[in-house]
Design a protein around this ligand. Structure first.
Ligand code: ASP
Ligand code: MG
Length: 401
């Protein structure tokens, strides 16, 4: 068998025209001799009636009490509807298709409702369906616990379903169909002439996704990497090869740029600089107690600096003040990151980042770096200038990536 997983996102199954295009992608894979396993997201986006957020609004917007288990049961319906409908389109075109929920497709998860992790996949039923020449159409974003509870895999989780199935079935490739051409060197909303990246390593896509590029879910990429299954991100609507994700790519110094807006930078000051250790522990404990995630953490001899999403700044400020810590909050910050698997071997990359931002008049508040990523915290109003400056500095418009 030549298994290929084809995953269609919400906009790729959002209306009649899109569903016909998606259907044709599956039929064309079948005609090329592949055995497609189709994975679908819920149809459309809010306010579309079957989108995940619209379903959740049925209880959330009315303030109806519901536990996480109930919300997952509700959210899972979007993909269930979608898989039946897409199977219908394939049947109408003369192909035998079998709609399956995540549970019916053998996807077992833990019981972390709202953000469950896949524990294993029993592929027996899928392999049966494939062996009989039929096309399984699997509801993405969901699974089942050993106790039979329906769970969801976290927002954007259909990508995870796709790569996890790809690994479990040893697919030749996982195709992620979406409404953009693939992974771009930079956000086209900022740089309209942004170019498509034709090939990129898993680690780079994961870093770009973790730092704000929205095209594919980082957890899905991680699973594909671990299983050694190549992924292709491509458009349902445009004729393009899209972006091929594999480890077999020449390393570039900088491959792409990503950014995250809507951050608040918080500086929590120690009351007594002569006694920093106790203050550090108390500050970080106070934030973890209210369950808020911090990023860009910088521990200095007189204060701790970090970022949270803007919407959490108030809660953090209150928690720290009530523990007796003075803090300074700077709202509307953004994180701009350059990612490249080849930067490790090359001296002077940081110097170029800093110089490019300096030339563009962008003030850097903090930086953080890992093996293949350099991130700068800046004022949100400067994001466009910063991204453009880095794009020019690292020649991300040049052909041949
Ligand atoms: N429908 C789910 C969501 O909106 C999962 C997905 O689309 O991947 O998050
Ligand atoms: Mg998605």
């Amino acid at each position: 068998m030549r298994i290929i997983v084809q995953k269609f996102g919400g906009t790729s199954v959002g209306d009649e025209e899109a569903r016909l295009k998606a259907r044709d992608r599956v039929i064309s894979a079948k005609k090329q001799g592949f055995d497609p396993v189709v994975v679908v997201s819920a149809m459309g986006r809010r306010p579309g009636p079957y989108a995940t957020d619209s379903l959740l609004d049925l209880v959330r917007s009315k303030g109806l009490p519901m536990d996480a288990r109930g919300l997952d049961l509700l959210a899972s319906c979007g993909e269930v509807i979608s898989c039946v409908v897409m199977a219908g389109y394939l049947k109408a075109a003369g192909y035998e298709a079998v709609p399956l929920t995540g549970a019916q497709a053998g996807i077992r998860t833990d019981a972390q409702f709202g953000d469950a992790s896949i524990q294993g996949i029993n592929t027996a039923r899928l392999l049966d369906v494939l062996a009989s020449g039929q096309i399984p159409v699997v509801a993405g974003f969901q699974g089942v616990t050993d106790d039979g509870e329906i769970t969801t895999l976290g927002r954007g989780g259909s990508d995870t379903t796709a790569t996890a199935l790809g690994v479990a079935l040893r697919a030749e490739c996982v195709e992620i169909y979406t409404d953009v051409e693939g992974v771009m060197t930079v956000d086209p909303k900022i740089v309209p002439e942004a170019r498509l990246i034709s090939a990129i390593t898993y680690f780079e896509v994961e870093e770009l996704a973790n730092n704000g590029a929205k095209v594919v879910h980082p957890r899905a990429v991680h699973i594909a990497q671990q299983g050694g299954i190549p992924v292709r991100v491509r458009s349902t609507f445009a004729e393009s090869e899209g972006t091929f994700i594999t480890d077999d790519v020449a390393r570039r110094v900088i491959t792409g740029i990503a950014h995250v807006d809507g951050l608040a930078r918080i500086e929590a000051v120690y009351p007594n600089p002569a006694e920093p250790s106790r203050a550090r522990v108390a500050i970080l404990k106070a934030i973890s107690t209210i369950g808020i995630n911090v990023d860009f953490i910088n521990v200095t001899p007189r204060a701790i600096l970090f970022t949270v999403k803007d919407e959490f700044a108030k809660a953090v400020e209150e928690a720290l003040r009530s523990e007796g810590f003075a803090c300074h909050v700077m709202a509307e910050c953004a994180k701009v990151s350059v990612v490249g698997a080849g930067m490790q071997e090359v001296p002077g990359v940081m110097a170029r980042v800093v110089e490019a931002l300096h030339r563009a008049g962008v003030h850097i508040m903090q930086t953080v770096d890992s093996e293949i990523t350099i991130s700068c915290l800046i004022d949100q109003a400067s994001v466009a200038q910063a991204v453009r400056a880095l794009y020019d500095e690292f020649d991300l418009g040049a052909p041949g990536m």
